[in-house]
Write a protein that binds this ligand. Structure first.
Ligand code: COA
Length: 261
């Protein structure tokens, strides 16, 4: 691989900040960038010193302005299917990492950029952010999970309006429809993401992992199957040292010291 890296990672106090770094192309996701995201996210998942991931984009204009259109334009149907499956796999690994991830959406989150943000556990947006799935304007459909995750997040009607018109929406509208958790001034975006990450880091790590698992696996199940799986994970959490420490600390009116076991 040559040239400067297209994804930067910096870890501080158990938070890995991952920055998509192709600002001259509005952080568009080419193959190499997707491979780097995959490598960095997988390594963060395996690293016990990392508890939360924050994903953001370099520069002031874009989180990620989509998959790299130059690369997309020359694909055959067979290549396109493989391309979508490979990208979906990267984003599903991020979604199911067992660690929370926060998308700090600092500008355009379009196409693959919105799909990347939707694979994160939470989404915070700067007031200036613009979010959308503009693929139909290029004669293609979202291929990194957009048709599935957007419909699950905001409902089929709103998802289809975004996907069929291809028109981006601003951060306030994204917040109104539940696509982002919170909107903050641009200067407050990373501090707000870090503050949310720090709050999660004070909670029982095993409980955080089981809660993520219960929600993501539950979304694939009937409600009865989901409730049964939830009860099993709840039972497992009752067997952890973290549970004993959390309940004891409450009774003793002190902060718990969780060990993640
Ligand atoms: N893939 C590849 N390159 C991209 C890109 C993408 N998805 N999005 C932006 N770029 C590149 C532009 O080609 C341009 O490169 P150049 O300077 O070498 O010509 C550079 O990033 C800056 O973008 P530009 O279009 O000049 O900025 P703008 O402020 O005028 O417009 C956008 C910003 C986001 C509205 C516009 O770039 C855009 O529509 N991008 C494509 C969004 C999209 O359709 N994404 C889904 C892809 S599936």
């Amino acid at each position: 691989m040559s040239g400067p890296t297209s994804v930067l990672v910096e870890t501080k106090e158990r938070i890995a900040r991952i920055t998509i770094n192709r600002p001259e192309k509005l952080n568009a996701l080419d193959r190499r960038t997707m491979q780097e995201i995959d490598r960095i996210v997988t390594a963060a998942g395996d690293d016990p010193s990392i508890g939360v991931l924050i994903l953001t984009g370099a520069g002031e204009k874009a989180f990620v302005a989509g998959a790299d259109i130059g690369e997309l334009s020359s694909q055959t149907p067979v290549e396109g299917t493989a391309y979508a499956r490979a990208g979906q796999a990267v984003l599903t690994r991020l979604e199911r990492l067992g660690k929370p991830s926060i998308a700090a959406i600092n500008g355009y989150a379009l196409g693959g950029g919105l799909e990347l943000a939707m694979a994160c556990t939470l989404r915070l947006a700067a007031e200036s952010a613009k979010l959308g799935q503009p693929e139909v304007a290029l004669g293609i459909i979202p291929g990194y999970g957009g048709t599935q995750r957007l419909a699950r997040l905001v409902g089929a009607g709103r998802a289809l309006e975004l996907i069929l018109t291809g028109e981006p929406i601003d951060a306030r509208e994204a917040h109104r429809i539940g696509l982002v958790n919170r909107v903050v001034p641009a200067a407050d975006l990373l501090p707000a993401a870090e503050s949310t990450a720090r709050t999660i880091l004070t909670r029982g790590p095993v409980a955080v992992r089981y809660a993520l698992q219960a929600v993501h696996e539950g979304l694939q199940m009937t409600q009865d199957e989901g409730l049964s799986m939830e009860a099993a994970l709840f039972g497992l959490s009752c067997a952890t040292e973290d549970m004993r420490e959390g309940t004891r600390a409450f009774v003793e009116k002190r902060k718990p010291v969780f060990k993640g076991r």
